[in-house]
Design a protein around this ligand. Structure first.
Ligand code: ATP
Ligand code: MG
Length: 322
């Protein structure tokens, strides 16, 4: 198993692009891999193992991953320029999309062909880049939808309320506890549509925790979140690890990646092009090339926000002050 060590280099020094000041110094998990930190390298205790997963859209190869392993009990960041295939890989691994070919295991069990709801029940849960909170349901109802294995879902049992009432009460209590932790308890009876973008992200994350996941996959959890809420989101992500969960998250903000990630996997044009400790990987020329390549290829007028995201990523990559 991996050893926990306090990093010597991570601190509040350096530019903070999100304006986030860490409340506590994250305890970095080290000793995660075997051999050199290179694309596809073996992990000491992998929770996810992916082999030859490929997804094309017409002539475009969105994902073409030969081999990648995600370490258990750590926070892994999946980074890469816009269009690198990060969300597509998330969709494939969680059963929201089907690959052209490939196989992968979660906790030693094969997940190829397993539908999304079963993947979630097995303990691998994800959130979406564009939040999927159901606006016309209340915050509490959104939470209750996140509970898995509800007895009331079964038709036969649904007819016998005594079988599920207790569970429903337990789920409500659990939801309220999570909502309190995410400071959304006062909103429990409001429609999710009335929440701010950041609060919706918090709701999505809180809902994901209703099913007691083992692996939490977050697709750009900070995107569009007001700086007032980014700190609490960040703390929540760190808490997931301290509660024993594994986290895989997609993020463009390199400062945040450096601050909370134990391991970084870099994708470009569908492939894993680099892996490593956050500080080491950001010095890797292949990573800078991936972002610069994207920068040169793009028409600035086409997608200014994506362009700005990549440019600030490059600046942060080059600005590793530890
Ligand atoms: N449903 C789809 N149909 C056609 N092309 C798609 C589809 N989904 C993704 N793509 C294409 O696949 C490539 C990878 O997209 P993806 O959304 O996975 O990238 P990403 O790394 O998540 O990017 P971003 O950082 O902008 O979120 C892109 O070129 C995208 O346009
Ligand atoms: Mg994406």
């Amino acid at each position: 198993m991996s050893a926990n060590t306090v990093p010597t280099g991570t601190g509040p020094a350096g530019p903070v692009s999100t304006g986030v000041v860490p409340t506590a110094k994250p305890i970095k998990t080290t000793g995660l891999h075997i051999g050199d930190a290179e694309p596809g390298c073996e992990k000491i205790d992998p929770i996810l193992v992916v082999d030859n997963v490929r997804r094309t859209f017409g002539g475009l190869t969105a994902v073409d991953v030969d081999h990648v392993e995600v370490p258990r009990g750590a926070i892994t960041a999946l980074i890469g320029p816009n269009g690198a295939g990060k969300t597509t890989l998330f969709n494939l691994l969680t059963g929201f999309d089907k690959p052209d070919s490939g196989r992968w295991t979660f906790d030693g069990r094969s997940l190829a062909g397993v539908p999304a709801y079963k993947v979630a029940r097995m303990g691998q849960i994800r959130t979406f880049q564009l939040t999927k909170a159901l606006g016309l349901l209340t915050v509490m109802d959104n939470m209750l939808l996140g509970a898995t294995g509800q007895t009331g879902e079964n038709m036969f049992r649904a007819l016998m309320p005594f079988l599920w009432r207790n569970q429903e009460e337990e789920n409500r209590a659990k939801a309220l506890d999570l909502l309190t932790r995410f400071k959304l308890d006062t909103k429990k009876d409001d429609y999710a549509a009335s929440l701010s973008g950041g609060q919706r992200k918090l709701l999505e994350m809180a809902r994901a925790l209703m099913s007691d996941p083992t692996l939490v996959m977050l697709d750009e959890p900070m995107a569009g979140v007001n700086p007032a809420l980014t700190q609490s989101l960040l703390d929540h992500i760190l808490n997931l690890k301290s509660q024993g969960m594994t986290v895989l998250f997609v993020e463009h903000d390199m400062h945040m990646v450096r601050h909370i990630a134990d391991w970084v996997i870099v994708m470009a044009e569908g492939k894993v092009v680099a892996e490593g400790d956050p500080h080491e990987v950001m010095k890797n020329p292949a990573v800078i090339d991936a972002y610069l390549g994207q920068h040169h290829d793009e028409d600035i007028g086409e997608d200014l926000s994506a362009e700005t995201e990549n440019v600030s990523a490059i600046k942060e990559l080059l600005n590793d002050e530890r």
